[in-house]
Design a protein around this ligand. Structure first.
Ligand code: UN1
Length: 497
């Protein structure tokens, strides 16, 4: 018997008015149905938005430190339920258990961090240019926030978005990816237990075309926070622009690791393999390009190939497995089509096929793949594949490495392996990405620093860290004049010439 799950609106678990459901499948074994979920509609989204509107005045009026205490209780519950959530995530999303635990931990980390923001939420208190006058700025909640999240970090990303939105005093309508509604449901169940009042958090499952658009188009939803494809981000941005809605976008990446001739090649191999094939390449921060000084291409390739060959594919729930499945059959097709493109551009060194041995045939498995001799402007070096496909790009020197690295429409994460401190500092200055790693791969951002990218990776907003609050608050600058007379800024304090 497959369990059927409900949506969470106004503090109640409810069915969709559509009476329709959809199934979430285990990507490692499509015969395993994780659960049946409500196919939400425009009307369901409307009810969730109304619930968020009703809950807003009280939540806004709750002192931020008190709101923070509920976030703290949620963090504790997540910690207590970490193993259960991680296992549910491996089953529904496919990532290996160690990584699923990391995903949940990232959610816990941001919940604790944002709980603390309840007692900080700093503004500025600064001197006024006039005597007997006080000047300060404070953050205010904006209103109802629409949260639209992807499947690849099904616990961490919803938490990255909801925790800052909520501690700042907004209420939330949350639409998770249709590939991972179970993870979303488990998170919201814990939010309910933590004590968020009814209507403060609402969960509506269903398609982007129906539920996502209803949230984006609603005049009552003031902020949209979205992580996903660049094309979807652009369309959300266009729709939301009609209402001058604030939109925070985290989109694609085409992240590169630069390997200099003086690098520790074993360390570089570790970093590249982890960031290219971890999460089966399905991270926005995944490394899909290795830009290598020609002199070390051969030894590096040998190491990469030898190690990548040994990676074990299988269910993420099996602790011996290194690489889980892709999320769904469409992802398998997409990766397959890039292999065809790659064969005409570079040389296939390893992989290049779906993995179908034994029980793998029931899942969406693809062998770790490496192309060598790729040129910076080749399609496999330019387009986001979101799978276990790595392109090795040979270059002459540091300057051509920087040119190749920056020649892309994206700018999320980058890395350099070198033992030369001067080269490392040049890279920190020259790489046009929101995140730069020195002597580490391109993944593994921590939650107390700003997370996000340049160029078409986003629209200038950042998640995580206190920067996240900028997406979910309005600034209010306040002037208090206690001089008892009219004082005109920029005029009464100027010497007359
Ligand atoms: C993502 O893939 O959208 O830095 C997020 C990392 C993780 C977050 C990735 N902490 O890879």
């Amino acid at each position: 018997m497959t369990d059927t799950f409900q949506m969470f609106i106004a503090g109640e678990w409810v069915d969709s008015v559509s009476g329709q459901t959809f199934d979430s499948l285990n990507p490692a074994d499509r015969r395993d149905v994780v659960g049946r979920f409500q196919a939400g509609t425009n009307a369901d989204a409307g009810m969730a938005i109304r619930a968020a509107e009703m809950a807003l005045p009280r939540w806004k009026a709750t002192p931020a430190p008190k709101r923070g205490e509920i976030l703290y209780a949620f963090a504790e519950l997540m910690r207590d339920n970490k193993e259960r959530l991680s296992r549910a995530m491996s089953r529904e999303m496919g990532k290996v258990l160690a990584e699923a635990r990391g995903d949940v931990q990232e959610g816990i980390d941001i919940a604790y961090l944002m709980a603390g923001e309840g007692r900080r939420m700093f503004g500025d208190t600064v001197p006024s240019e006039l005597p007997d006058k006080w000047a300060m700025s404070i953050r205010s909640p904006i209103g109802i926030v629409g949260i639209i999240t992807p499947w690849n970090f099904p616990v961490a990303i919803p938490c990255w978005k909801m925790m800052p939105a909520l501690v700042a005093g907004n209420t939330v309508v949350f639409k998770p990816a249709s590939d991972t509604p179970h993870c979303a449901t488990l998170v919201v169940e814990l939010m309910e237990q933590a004590g968020f009042p009814p209507g403060v958090v609402n969960l509506v499952t269903g398609s982007g075309a129906e539920v996502g658009n209803a949230i984006v188009d609603s005049p009552d939803v003031k902020v949209i926070s979205f992580t996903g494809h660049t094309s979807t981000g652009k369309s959300i941005s266009e729709r939301a622009a009609k209402r001058l809605k604030r939109v925070s976008l985290e989109l694609g990446g085409k992240n590169a690791v630069v390997v200099m001739r003086d690098a520790d090649l074993d360390l570089a191999t570790d970093g590249i393999l982890w960031s290219a094939f971890g999460t089966t390449g399905q991270r926005c921060t995944a490394c899909s390009r290795v830009i290598v000084e020609k002199r070390v291409v051969e030894p590096l390739l040998e190491k990469l190939e030898a190690r990548a060959k040994k990676l074990r594919l299988g269910s993420g729930l099996d602790e011996k497995v290194d690489v889980g499945p892709l999320i769904n059959p469409a992802a398998l097709d997409k990766v397959g089509s890039y292999i065809d493109i790659g064969r005409t551009e570079g040389e296939l060194v390893l992989g290049g096929t779906p993995a179908t041995d034994g029980d793998l045939q029931y899942g969406n498995f693809f062998s770790p793949t490496i192309f060598s001799g790729v040129m910076p402007m080749d399609r496999i070096a330019q387009e986001e594949i979101f799978g276990p496909v790595l392109s090795v790009i040979p270059v002459d020197d540091y300057d051509s490495a920087v040119t190749a690295l920056n020649q892309t429409r994206y700018g999320l994460s980058s890395a350099i392996f070198t033992r030369d401190a001067n080269t490392a500092f040049r890279a920190m200055r020259d790489f046009e990405t929101g995140i730069v790693y020195v002597n580490a791969g391109t993944t593994g951002a921590e939650t107390h620093l700003p997370f996000g990218g340049w160029k078409e990776t986003g629209n200038g907003h950042r998640e995580a860290g206190h920067a996240a609050l900028d997406s979910f608050t309005e600034w209010k600058s306040i002037y208090v004049d206690f001089s008892g007379r009219l004082q005109r800024a920029q005029i009464d304090n100027q010497e007359q010439l």
